[in-house]
Ligand binder design. Sequence first.
Ligand code: PLP
Length: 384
Amino acid sequence: MPEIRLSAPDITQLEIDAVLEVLHTPQLSLGPKIPEFENAFKRHLGVEHAVAVSSGTAGLHCCLLGLGIGPGDEVITTPFSFIASSNVILMVGAKPVFVDIDSKTLNINADKIEAAITPKTKAILAVEAFGNPGDFDKIVQIAARHEIPLVEDSCEALGSSHGGRKAGTFGRCGVFGFYPNKQMTTGEGGMVVTNDKHLADMCRSYRNQGRDPQAGAAGNGAGWLGHVRLGYNYRMSDINAALGIAQMSRLEEILEKRQRVAHEYVQRLMDHPHIVLPTIHEKTVMSWFVFVIRLSEVFNADDRQAILTYLRNHGIGCSNYFPPIHLQPFYKETLGTKEGDYPVTEYVAARTIALPFHANLTPMEQDRVMHHLNEAVGLRLSEK
Ligand SMILES: *Cc1c(COP(=O)(O)O)cnc(C)c1O
């Protein structure tokens, strides 16, 4: 039996042709595909500025730099995320201040944010965990009340919305990522979106070696060799952007396919006594980045590991999204964080299982996943 992959991009002839078309031109970077991709994104989200970058991490880094966050500053964030959302805080020399998560949305617990705010707090960097923007309306209000910018890590949430507001548009800026396991891909890539012109200009400068943003739209005007700040090469190439434009044009179709796959899983798992499904607020529309289930409380981290191993041995791709960031060796060393610091995060993180999930997963493959998952869970229960 072939392996069922944990994730897979949805690439059609349209994407292949779009990439080949760029390869037949001399402009593989700094060409017309970048503004075209940025404009498609602006239209989709209804924002004023979009800045394409080389990764989601690069986009978050540019945002923190653009907001002037650096050494001595604190940024409030979640310990339950892909590590990039915290790493960028350390990259600018600031201190991540973790706040535990809500057990339903799995996002930073809005009710606990205010207790963590100090005079040094310069931003809230909130992540839509597994693409769920539930509660972001509350986080926006807290940020506004304290006049602190909200940096929205929407890398997992393209296409999701809450209360009719699209993920990526809650914060002062929103950041998307296009690694191949995301809702849409550019191979590697990211996008910053914002209505703040100054911040957009700063992101354009940081992505392009600290060049003056006035040097021209494509950056090739008079000031091309004028560098006004320490910048990076965080540019996206036209090859990646062409792939992104093609994916954008199919986004609704891709999201519908993902919705169908998620729905199939929900139908099959709804009545399972030992599996907890994602909790989705009635005002939330999910675009489904991954499909992550949680084992009931009778299971522990060892049980979860045994179940993952069993699934992998039977050709089912799966993963433990996400180990708590505050328990990563580098964070324990750097920040002195330890087990017990964020109990909700630790409880959830010990029991999650990401199941195979992508647009083209078939109901037959999902049956196979269910078959082996039920076997693995049953075996573990019988040993208790
Ligand atoms: C994917 C992801 C990113 C960005 O990842 P890149 O690989 O740098 O594009 C950032 N934050 C979260 C929460 C993510 O899932």
